[in-house]
Design a protein around this ligand. Structure first.
Ligand SMILES: CC(C)(COP(=O)(O)OP(=O)(O)OC[C@H]1O[C@@H](n2cnc3c(N)ncnc32)[C@H](O)[C@@H]1OP(=O)(O)O)[C@@H](O)C(=O)NCCC(=O)NCCS
Length: 183
């Protein structure tokens, strides 16, 4: 089983596994913000307890080496979460998801984090595909994917439920970066 690095650093970020004790800081940084969660698969959290339960599941993934591996993104040199990125490994593919506190949007931080992990993924001999999808209207997220060198593959129609936008599954854009076969 492939296991991503528990910690990584980029030029401006330190990434570490979440802990249950991070729930209040995560709530304050991004998880309660309806603007942030607009296109996500979860509704904004309104209290610490359910968020702590969610973080406990992520802790368990690191313990068992299975499921969704999530990191909290912190300004380098701090332990203070400002966002999160996660991945699920299935066969030769790694799928990513990410979220950043609104105060930190527009500085290229998420492309920095995602680009690092895409680089890690495609350096693994067992991984051939790094990919992500987002709501078709989430232009900022499409841009993040493109800035990491992913290519737009197409639209997955009626693919993803955004509970903040209604009860029906919505169209999504899927992007990927793949390792080419040696010539
Ligand atoms: C998507 C998100 C992670 C972007 O992170 P970020 O660190 O702010 O990304 P960037 O700083 O690279 O900025 C986003 C890019 O999208 C562009 N952009 C932002 N809003 C846009 C819009 N409405 N239309 C077109 N482009 C837009 C920006 O101009 C920038 O591109 P540029 O550098 O070429 O100018 C952040 O906005 C976020 O957390 N959003 C809420 C959660 C979310 O949607 N996650 C993705 C789920 S798949």
């Amino acid at each position: 089983m492939i296991r991503p690095p528990e910690h990584f650093e980029t030029a401006r970020l330190s990434a570490r596994p979440p802990q249950v004790e991070d729930a209040p800081a995560v709530l304050a940084a991004y998880a309660a913000d309806a603007e942030v969660t607009r296109y996500l698969s979860w509704r904004p959290y309104q209290a610490v307890e359910p968020l702590a339960d969610f973080l406990q599941e992520r802790v368990r993934s690191w313990e068992t080496g299975q499921g969704n591996f999530a990191w909290l993104l912190c300004p380098k040199g701090t332990e203070e979460p400002i966002g999160s990125i996660g991945c699920t490994i299935e066969g030769g593919s790694v799928m990513f998801g990410y979220v950043l506190g609104r105060r930190h949007w527009g500085r290229g931080l998420m492309p920095e984090a995602l680009g690092h992990l895409v680089g890690w993924a495609l350096a693994q001999p067992e991984i051939f595909r790094a990919w992500a999808f987002c709501d078709a209207e989430n232009a900022a997220s499409v841009r993040v994917m493109e800035k990491t060198g992913m290519c737009r593959e197409g639209t997955l129609r009626r693919w993803h439920l955004c509970p903040n936008l209604g009860p029906e599954p919505r169209d999504c854009i899927v992007c990927s970066k793949v390792r080419r076969a040696a010539a």
